[in-house]
Every structure is written in C-alpha cells, then in structure tokens.
Design a protein around this ligand. Structure first.
Ligand code: SAM
Length: 552
C-alpha cells in the first residue's frame, strides 16, 4: 500500500453522480464523499447519465451546459468546501458555484465541465437567500478565507449541521431510521465569538496584486504591483492585497498594517518571492497570537518566511514591529525550496523569545512558529471540554490514554490529570518536543510523546505502550490511514474519541470502525454513541466533530 495514499482524498471528494438516487437534501453529503484509494472501483463511480434529477420536469439526461454559458441557477445547499450546490432551473443538472447560498436564485457562468456536473462562477444574484446579510469585511466577496460571511450565523450553523447529518447517513452508512439516530447526532455547538477568533494567520507576499474584475474596473487608474495578503481562491500565484483581516486578533492587525506601510519602501530593498521565476526574498508573513500567562494580555509572534537568510534586510521592519507592545517574538523561517510551504529548513530568532504562550483548560502551552495549536483558542476550550466529557475518565488515575495525532500534546495533557499515563504520537518533531516541554512546564510526569508517522505503522506499533482504556484520535483532514484503522480494530480499546476537522473523512472512518471494510473482509467492532459538531470557524466551511465510539 502506498504510504501516503490518503493524501489523494481531496481530488476524489466530489461525487454528484450519487444525486440521482437521492433527494436534494443529500446533495451536501454526496458532494463531499471521500473514499480510500483502495475503493476506487466502488458503486460511487461517476455515471454520466446520473446527474439530472428525477423531479419529473427535468430535461432529457443528455442535457449538459456549455463552457461559458450563462444560466439561471437555484442553490440548494452547501457542499463541504463551502461551494453552493445548485441546480440549473427547470433541469436537475447540478452545478457547483462558489459563494452561492442555499435558497439563492442567481446567474452563473459555466467555467468547467466535469464528468456529470459543472462548475460555475456567480455573476449576480436574482433573489437572495432569506438569511443573507451584509458581509462586514470589504474583502469577503473575493478572499479565499471567509466564504459565508454574507449568510446569517444561524443559517451557517444550520447548513453545517445538515452537511454532517448527510455525510453520516450517506458516507458513514448510519441510518436516520434508527430510533437512536437523533439522540446520537447532537446539535452543533455555536462559537460565541464570530470575529477576531483566529490566533494564527498566514499571509503571502506576491509579485503582482490580484484584483477581482469589478474592483479592477473601479480602480482602473491605480497601479497595484506587490501584494501582501491572501491567495485568490484556487490560485497559488495570485495574492489579494489585504490591509486587515476580521478573523485575526486586533494586535495582529496592527502588525499587518505596520508591515504593509513599510515593506514596499524601495530603500529597504525587499522583494516578494515570485512563485513562477523563483526569484525574490519575502515568502510569507505568519502572525500568531497567544496570551501572557501572568497578565492574560495578548502576546504576538511575527514570523517572516524568506527564501534565504539575510537578517540585515529585515532589520528595519523588525525595528518598526518590535515597537508594538504586544509583539514578544519575531522569527525568521528560511525556506529555500520552490514550494509554497511556510515551514523553514532553518529558524532564527530576530527579536524576543522563540515561543509564545497560551492557556488552555488551565494549562500553559508554549507554542513555536511551526507547531500545531488549535487556531481558535476560545472555542478550543469548548472543544476540549467536550473531549474530556466523552473520554469519561474515572479520575482515579488508573486509566491509560493513547493520544493519536497529538500535536503539541494539548488534549493528552488536559487528560493526564485524571489518567494513569498518556502516550502521544505525532509526526512533526518540533510539535513532539513542544509537547514534552509543555508537560514539564505544567508539572505533568505521566505523559510520553513519541515522534512517528501514523500512516506508516507496522505490526510492532502497540508494543511500546500498554493497552489503552481510551484512544483519542485527532487526525488532520485526510483522516486515518487504513493501517491505523486496522490497528484500532485489532486493539479493541473500550472507548475511542474521534476528533475530526473533516466530516467527510470522519464519516468514512466511523463507517470502517463501526461497520467494517467489507472488501477487505474486516469487521467493525464499535458503536457510535454520540457525534457532536462544533463550529470552530464561523464564516468558513470548516466543521469540527467530536465522536464517541464504544466497543460493541
Ligand atoms: C488536527 S491536528 C491535532 C493536534 C492536537 N491533537 C491538538 O488538538 O492540538 C493533527 C495533528 O496530526 C499530525 N499528523 C498529521 N499527519 C500525521 C501522521 N501521518 N502521523 C502522525 N501525526 C500526524 C499533525 O502534525 C497535527 O499535529
């Protein structure tokens, strides 16, 4: 098996061909279906005749719009990446359209034809969604960050909850006819803070500002060149210049403004890295906000990602930024590769300390430039409380916890107080050393963190820790590798708490753990006891889920 086979999932996540057999309410699920590559030949294979709905007034199944054609669309729901799932009026033909909102009638232009559906860009709204609101951010219509700022928060929550339900039914193969279904599926937990909730933002430097068409016409005389901001949706080489971001903290906005005001000054000799020619110096600006443990006041890390190590070039910027009182750390990650990643091969401290601190569930965490930390600290408190409740540790210090994909150890360390021992596994070495340091910092001695790739485990995995009473698994978006699923099914820990940031892979993995993998003759042995969606990221398509599984 290919070690990284799960990385293929994103490309294989859409399958509107399932629509024919389902009512419109399952659109969101169908469009986000995710499968293991081993399953490529399953029943979900696209079928060109399947797209048009059977609503009685459809045009013949041969109907297929042309590229460039402008069409009236009706949006029915949101798919996983926040795209509106639309139907061509009077046909059942499915078109995915960015920024279309459920209930909205709109004109879209077909940009791409797929096997049995098409993609479109939104040209104008004919009649808006009843829950549409004015987006407070001036960049909301163009920037790749927020997709649903113009949908009321209540409607965003409804759409997310619906998506999770559909995925659990259609991908996870759990039945809503099961009398327990609606007690298992908990209502989504809203986020009380809907702006300025992100503690980490990464902006890119670009050699050319990307302007959306309309704004280009408005600002026709303005000669924009270098950009610092967020990528235009779907483009790695187009950067929308952004002066402030409503998702990040206010001090982070001050730093962004200071960099924006200064970095183009020709006297500084700073150039943005060009992703085509691979020439230039500044690649990314990463801003992380934490909290001073003593005062509780915000503290900021500024991380410049550059293509080479020339600290003298950054000196004037460092001088300006370090005068902002909240800035306690200025780092320089040097990344000489042609890729777009912000993780450097070398890391240098240009000012202050090399980590910032944050408090979560009463514990203190030191965070370095590249280590993973939950990006919405306020909602992470809520999420971790839910995880603790699901873990249901007796509190007598007798139980073993296995914390898979442990990052900087935050979940495991919050549980360690009530456990006998916590064993954490994580692939990023720096996160593992942060986890060990965090354990020490909090006086926790019953936690062991190990660096390792959970996609590459072999038969010896499990020899280094006792059988756990509780497994916490918090993978990133591709979900768990089949090797890990098989390991867990063999391990048979009494309880698994599966924390997921991708409901599609979550539904798939729950299916495997509960129902088995028929093609591989593997039996499932867990029962889904509860699934709790949590909104960690308002205005974006992201959904977090906390699932409790018990050995059946
Ligand atoms: C969603 S984060 C969860 C982190 C942590 N549980 C927390 O709440 O802060 C997923 C973590 O899995 C790690 N990871 C991704 N792929 C991995 C792999 N193949 N093996 C081990 N860890 C992996 C990432 O580096 C990241 O720290």
């Amino acid at each position: 098996m290919r070690a990284h086979s799960l990385r293929h999932l994103t490309a294989a996540t859409t399958c509107p061909w399932l629509l024919k057999r389902r009512s419109s309410s399952c659109v969101a699920a169908s469009l986000s279906f995710t499968q293991h590559p081993e399953q490529e030949q399953d029943q979900t294979k696209p079928n060109k005749t399947n797209n048009n709905s059977n609503d009685g007034n459809s045009k013949p199944s041969s109907y297929f719009p042309k590229r460039g054609q402008e069409l009236e669309l009706v949006c029915e729901s949101l798919a996983f990446k926040g795209k509106g799932v639309c139907k061509v009026a009077d046909t059942g033909f499915v078109v995915l359209c960015d920024r279309a909102l459920p209930g909205e009638k709109l004109i879209g232009r077909i940009t791409r034809k797929r096997d049995n559906y098409a993609e479109a860009t939104k040209l104008k709204t004919i009649s808006p969604h009843l829950d549409s609101v004015d987006a407070p951010c001036e960049y909301a219509s163009y920037c790749g960050g927020c997709k649903t700022q113009n949908l009321s928060y209540e409607a965003q929550l409804r759409a997310k909850e619906q998506q999770v339900h559909e995925l659990i039914i259609h991908v996870g193969k759990f039945s809503d006819k099961d009398p327990e279904f609606f007690s298992i599926m908990k209502p989504i937990v809203p986020c009380d803070i809907q702006f300025h909730y992100r503690n980490k933002m990464e902006f890119s430097f670009g050699s050319k500002t990307w302007l959306p068409k309309e704004s280009f016409q408005e600002k026709g005389d303005r000669k924009e060149n270098y950009a610092l901001g967020l990528h235009a949706p779907g483009f790695f080489d187009k950067v929308l210049n952004v002066e402030k971001c409503l998702l990040q903290s206010e001090p982070a906005d001050m730093v962004l403004a200071a960099v924006q005001d200064n970095w183009r000054d020709p006297q500084l000799g700073l150039s943005p890295y060009d992703v085509h020619s691979h020439v230039g110096y500044l690649k990314h600006l990463m801003l992380r906000t934490g909290r001073d443990v003593k005062t509780g006041l915000p503290e900021l890390m500024v991380n410049f990602v550059t293509s080479s190590y020339k600290p003298e070039l950054l000196e004037p910027l460092v001088e300006k930024i370090s005068s902002i009182p909240e800035v306690v750390s200025i780092m320089n990650n040097v990344n000489t590769s042609v890729g777009n990643t912000s993780v450097g091969e070398e890391e240098h401290t240009l000012y202050g300390k090399s980590t910032i601190t944050e408090i979560l569930r009463g514990l203190t965490f030191e965070i370095s430039a590249n280590s993973f930390f939950q990006t919405n600290t306020h909602q992470a408190e809520v999420l971790y409380k839910l995880i603790e409740d699901c873990a249901g540790l007796r509190g007598d210090g007798s139980e073993i916890v296995l914390d898979l994909f442990c990052g900087t150890g935050t979940i495991g360390l919050t549980l360690a107080r009530r456990a006998k021992h916590v064993y954490g596994y994580e692939v990023v070495p720096q996160a593992v050393s942060d986890a060990c340091r965090n354990a020490k910092l909090n006086g926790i001695s019953n936690a062991t963190f190990v660096q390792g790739d959970l996609n590459k485990i072999n038969e010896n995995f499990g020899n280094d820790f006792p059988k756990p009473d509780i497994v916490i698994s918090d993978p990133n978006r591709p979900g768990m590798h089949m090797k890990l699923i098989k390991f867990l099914l063999k391990l048979k820990a009494p309880r698994i708490v599966y924390v997921s940031c991708n409901p599609a892979t979550c539904a798939r993995d729950l299916d495997y753990l509960c129902h088995g993998v028929i093609e591989k003759n593997i039996k499932g042995c867990y029962k889904l006891k509860s699934l709790q969606p949590v909104d960690m990221f308002p205005h974006t398509p992201h959904i977090e889920c906390v699932c409790l599984l018990e050995l059946s």
